[in-house]
Ligand binder design. Structure first.
Ligand code: ADP
Length: 625
């Protein structure tokens, strides 16, 4: 049923139908006009054929005008018998009074002399005007032509009505020939219609086939299949349309590819962005969330977030409404720290707005400012530390100098001690400023390493020997001063370890760690120095038996100005910058420095440096050398 309906609705069917209807209409009109015309022509010809000759008419007029009616009737009779026309079936002559004077039909003689009752004859006799009509006789199913002509005798100037001739002719021959023509016409019309229908179907198929192909092609385009091509059948409008569809297909494919590549580019930009990006629809529900945002917000898969409200995803439902975000797009600082990691995010909002001003969504960019905040904090801390570190020696110096200027300079016992203190403080400040300068050089990247290929075993031994020497000198002075005693134990790899380092800076690092080890060791402590090599690294370690470092401070020990016990460190002339500088130097060497410590038992500082093992051949060559 559906299929049928579709056939009736198709252009194909409609064109064929219109064609057929037009043909039929044309035939109908032409046929009607033609048959009508033919009929009237035939009738005209027929009438001429059945008209009585003027001779008969005249003889009838004279016969009717005769005073002797019998003679007149005879003459009329003979005139009527003389009419030799097959078409005429009946002729009746009536005189002016309406009496039948002559009749050609078989039983005609019987009615001669009777009164004619036909109203049409009476009317002609009365009016003197001829009358004619075609009638259909139901009795014998025939058409007849009836003509009643008045007869006038002219004497002088006056015309006198003497009677009328009633003529009845069988029209069947005319109608038969018209019927024959009509039949031929109808047959021709049917044949033409059938042929026309066939042609119409062919033509409409020729028209609808390209349309059909275009319909299929456009449906394919809509489905995203651009591979097809519509055949161009000619240069007519349909051909142009087909060409336009082909062009359209190419254009659509191009623009689809373009938007696809645009989408891919956007996708890859979003994926590789270091910032988190979220986009929402106008109701504030997430439509896009990139990996970074999912990571920042600790969302395991984006399915979880897509479709849920941005307020919930950012966890700001309690403080903000969607209206707040839409109306004032300031930055919001989100603290998403958990127990393990600190994380502070800056959330920037902007509207996705159409040209009409309609707001179709919201974009939120999340920027991790944890590091930046830490840097800010550290910078402020550093400035405050530097001021504090400088103020302490300066205040103490000022009080000593004040005491000296107040007269203490004259006291030979106090004055040298006071001056010594100011000198020590000045030295410490100079040391601190030098340390700060070298740190700043390393920060700005202006500090350069003076690299040399060094035998690390030898260099380490050299440094430790210097500390051994110091013990001896110190112990020589021990009679006068209380000096800490310690011993250094060496556990070195047998293999010679050659690395590229800046010896001066490296010595500075080891000196610092050794000094700390001595500083924070108990009297008589043993400092164990080890040198081990793995395949890729060489590890130096310096272990003491000192106070150790509290666990909570282990991470901060390399921070600038950090000291576990500020007063004690300061009293021992420490600046709190030694380990910070050490870390910078080791990192410049692409190495690593760390500490392990047990409070009360001692600490071990490790330095690991990248190391490339020499091939056996080279070692062998060296052995030979
Ligand atoms: P300082 O000039 O104070 O020694 P450092 O940067 O060298 O500065 O050391 C920082 C802090 O680390 C010290 O103040 C001290 O508290 C701690 N420290 C360093 N080495 C040791 C160690 N071997 N034993 C215990 N604590 C240490």
């Amino acid at each position: 049923m559906k299929k049928r309906l579709r056939i009736f609705q198709s252009i194909h069917f409609k064109i064929a139908l219109v064609f057929v209807l037009l043909l039929l209409l044309a035939f109908q009109i032409v046929g009607a006009v033609f048959v009508q015309r033919l009929k009237s022509e035939n009738l005209k010809a027929f009438k001429q054929r059945v008209e009585l000759t003027p001779y008969v008419d005249n003889s009838l007029i004279t016969s009717l005008s005769l005073a002797n009616s019998d003679k007149g009737d005879q003459r009329i009779n003979s005139a009527l018998t003389g009419i030799n026309n097959q078409n005429i079936s009946d002729v009746q002559v009536v005189d002016a009074k309406g009496n039948i004077r002559g009749e050609t039909s078989a039983n005609g003689h019987a009615i001669v002399g009777q009164k004619n009752t036909d109203s049409r004859v009476k009317r002609v006799l009365y009016s003197g005007r001829s009358f004619s009509e075609t009638t259909f006789n139901r009795a014998d199913n025939k058409h007849y032509y009836i003509s009643i002509t008045p007869l006038f005798s002219s004497s002088g100037n006056s015309n006198t009505l003497v009677g009328a001739v009633y003529l009845r002719a069988d029209l069947e021959s005319v109608y038969d020939s018209i019927d024959g023509v009509t039949l031929i016409f109808a047959t021709a019309a049917i044949v033409a219609t059938v042929i026309g229908m066939g042609l119409a179907i062919l033509i409409s198929r020729a028209i609808t086939r390209p349309i059909d192909e275009m319909k299929k092609q456009t449906a394919k385009i809509a489905d995203g299949n651009y591979s097809g091509h519509v055949h161009v059948y000619g240069n007519d409008e349909l051909g142009e349309l087909a060409q336009a569809v082909n062009n359209l297909s190419v254009r659509v494919e191009e623009s689809r590819e373009q938007s696809e590549s645009e989408r891919r580019r956007l996708d890859s930009v979003l994926t590789h962005m270091s910032d988190g990006v979220l986009a929402t629809d106008r109701r504030g529900n997430i439509t896009i969330i990139n990996d970074m945002a999912a990571e920042f917000l600790n969302i395991s898969s984006d399915y979880q977030a897509k479709g849920s409200s941005i307020l919930d995803v950012l966890g700001i439902r309690e403080d903000y409404t969607l209206r707040d975000l839409l109306e004032n797009q300031d930055t919001i600082v989100l603290d998403t720290s958990d127990q393990e990691h600190g994380q502070v995010l800056n959330a920037y909002f902007s509207l996705i707005q159409r040209e009409s001003g309609f707001i179709s969504g919201l974009v939120c960019v999340l920027h991790d400012i944890t590091e930046q905040q830490k840097i800010d904090r550290d910078r402020k801390q550093f400035v405050s530390n530097v001021s504090h570190e400088l103020r302490t020696p300066l205040t103490s110096m000022r009080s000593y100098i004040e005491a000296l200027s107040d007269g203490a300079w004259q006291d030979p016992e106090v004055a040298p001690t006071f001056l010594k203190v100011t000198q020590d403080e000045t030295d410490r400040m100079i040391r601190m400023i030098n340390d700060l300068l070298s740190l700043s050089r390393m920060d700005s990247g202006t500090a350069k390493l003076d690299l040399e290929l060094v035998n690390l075993n030898e260099l380490f031994t050299y440094i430790l020997n210097r500390f051994d020497m110091m013990i001896k000198t110190d112990q020589n002075d021990a009679q006068t001063e209380q000096v800490k005693r310690y011993s250094i134990k060496r556990e070195f790899t047998k293999r010679e370890v050659w690395t590229e380092i800046d010896p001066d800076k490296f010595i500075q690092v080891i000196d610092n760690i050794m000094n700390n080890a001595i500083k924070y060791s108990p009297d008589g402590g043993v400092i164990t120095c080890r040198l081990v090599d793995t395949h890729q690294h060489v590890i130096l370690s310096i272990a003491d038996q000192g106070l150790g470092i509290p666990k909570k401070d282990l991470n901060r020990i390399f921070d600038r100005f950090f000291r576990v016990d500020k007063a004690r460190s300061r009293a021992q002339g420490g600046t709190g910058l030694g380990l910070a500088i050490s870390r910078e130097v080791i990192e410049m060497h692409h190495g690593r420095i760390w500490v392990e410590s047990v409070e009360g038992k001692g600490s071990t500082f490790y330095i690991s440096l990248p190391y490339e093992e020499y091939g056996e051949e080279e070692l062998w060559n060296e052995d030979q050398g």
